[in-house]
Design a protein around this ligand. Structure first.
Ligand code: ATP
Ligand code: MG
Length: 359
């Protein structure tokens, strides 16, 4: 089932001030895709997810899931599964056990008792909650409650999953399990998934499309790998030595840098971006190299051949690939620098000390 979002805006009023939580968002998410929603605190991710799950009405704009308008809340709720990690605790009955909660929601979604029970049992087993199934929700730890909420969203095998920080509070092992399971739902059942998370590896490993929102606007929309490359270039970190040059030859400080750079350019189609002497006595150099003509791996093998042919020795040759988190932080910093130049943002900064004086 596809998701279509058309010019959605949402304003909140807080202490008489209007907040633009979503500013004219339009998106098309194809059936069966796994999309990540990323953004700093307050970007508008939960607001967007709540609008899609019919928990909030947009101020303007429209959205459709499988062609059904989100105004038709009953129909929409029948076809989606949703998790809100941050406020999730409130959507379970605290005085009921895990099993009673899950059976209640499972049968509410139209499943027979037998089918609901079978699915619930296997999901409880999967997340090591089987022994706790008769425990009241109010006695569960944060992570356990989060697991129950994720299970609750999966029991009906919905065609669309809208997940807002679903693994918040999960321990490392359960996080991995959740990743595997979501991946399976997407691949095996073709479930369309929109996943919001501050857990970067989760977004990086699972999704094939990344939507980054900041201050209610979409600021990036591409594959995670493409985003990473756009923001921080990958490079090669190399530590190597060359044999000493003939007796009357060069000292380290006389390393024919330009010759080395040219060799790298000619034989590996790459650019030496930094070169320093690491151990002058032993002719050891440390360099960074930017692949240009060939892929990272191809460049590494070409440089290896180049150094070995010159009878040099390699101590380290490793690709540096930025993580999604590093790229995300670099991107936000860049965005901030750009908007700091705009007059509107400057005004914000200058009003801050004045407010303090008022107090
Ligand atoms: N009920 C509300 N009343 C007033 N303002 C709200 C309300 N809900 C959200 N906001 C504001 O809307 C903006 C977007 O909030 P939202 O919860 O969607 O952010 P988010 O991207 O989910 O952030 P986080 O990463 O912290 O979960 C914020 O400025 C927030 O303060
Ligand atoms: Mg949120």
């Amino acid at each position: 089932m596809s998701i279509e979002i058309e010019s959605i805006s949402k304003q909140f009023t807080k202490k008489g001030k209007e907040i633009n939580a979503l500013d004219n968002i339009s998106l098309k998410i194809k059936e069966g895709s796994f999309v990540g929603l990323l953004g700093p605190n307050g970007a508008g991710k939960t607001t967007l997810t709540k609008i899609l799950t019919t928990l909030l009405l947009p101020s303007s704009g429209e959205a459709y899931i499988d062609g059904i308008s989100i105004k038709e809340d009953k129909k929409i709720r029948q076809i989606i599964g949703a998790v809100f990690g941050e406020t999730g605790g409130r959507s379970l009955y605290y005085r009921l056990s895990i099993l009673d909660n899950l059976m209640f929601y499972g049968t509410l979604s139209g499943l027979s008792k037998t089918v609901a029970k079978k699915r619930i049992q296997s999901l409880l087993n999967y997340f090591d909650l089987e022994e706790k199934k008769n425990t009241l929700v109010m006695k569960l730890s944060t992570g356990m409650k989060a697991k129950v909420l994720l299970i609750r969203s999966l029991v009906p095998f919905p065609k669309v999953l809208l997940l807002d920080e679903p693994t918040l509070g999960f321990d490392a092992e359960s996080s991995e399990k959740a990743k595997d399971l979501l991946n399976e739902f997407n691949r095996e059942f073709g479930t369309t998934i929109l996943l919001t998370s501050h857990n970067f590896p989760e977004i990086d490993e699972l999704t094939s499309r990344l939507i980054l929102i900041d201050s209610g606007k979409i600021v990036q929309d591409c594959a995670p790998a493409v985003f990473k490359q756009k923001v921080i270039q990958e490079y090669i970190h190399l530590i190597f030595s060359l044999p000493p040059l003939p007796a009357d030859g060069f000292k380290m400080s006389q390393l024919p840098t330009e010759i080395f750079k040219k060799l790298v350019r000619d034989s590996a189609g790459a650019e030496v971006t930094s070169l320093k002497e690491k151990d002058g006595l032993n002719f050891v150099y440390e360099v960074t190299i930017q692949p240009i003509e060939y892929s990272l791996n191809e460049t590494i093998s070409r440089i290896t051949v180049l150094i070995l042919r010159a009878s040099g020795e390699i101590y380290k040759i490793a690709p540096y690939m930025p993580s999604l988190k590093e790229s995300f932080l670099a991107f936000l910093a860049m965005n901030k620098t750009n908007s700091a130049l705009e007059p509107e943002a400057k005004e914000e900064i200058f009003t801050f000390p004045m407010q303090e004086e008022d107090v």
